[in-house]
Design a protein around this ligand. Sequence first.
Ligand SMILES: [Fe+2]
Ligand SMILES: [Fe+2]
Length: 190
Amino acid sequence: MFELKYHTPIEWTEAVLADFDSFLQDHAAAEKKASGMAMSMLSHYQDRKRLVKEMTDLALEELIHFKQVLKLLMARDVPLANDKKDLYIKEVRSVFRHGQDEFFMDRMLVAAVIEARGHERFSLVAEALEPGRDKDFYVSIAKSEAKHKNLFVELAYEYFDKEDVDKRLEEILIAEGDICSKLPFRAALH
Ligand SMILES: [Fe+2]
Ligand SMILES: [Fe+2]
């Protein structure tokens, strides 16, 4: 549906594979936050029927992802870690415009782009892993993040003109690519 402007290089995947336990801890935190984000969206926009339904489904799905990552951590005897500040999320969210409609549109499009980055990076992890349970899991996670990426753009189309959405999405994609390209590679999603 849309393409990211910055493509994650192999050095990121290498950093992840070098410390996969830390990556799993970060991934668990990311799924938990994704579920919370969906809950916060439906609380803020309770009058938007389709959004409420979709965000309810999404919150549940992301929480199931959390549970699945937790299972991988437990199998490795690795505990959950304290949430660390996610500079990427902080910076990407800084593009939000003021104004009720602008803020609403930006929240959906930023969410779409964050899901797209998740899709890209989980796909890289899936490709790099040896065949087995972890690889199968990342293949399915990547698929589901691709669905979420499209879901948020569809929601934006539901509430705003397509042309305005596409124009703003392009701006956000450029900003996200710039932010992402400047961050160091860590054994973390961002
Ligand atoms: Fe997820
Ligand atoms: Fe997601």
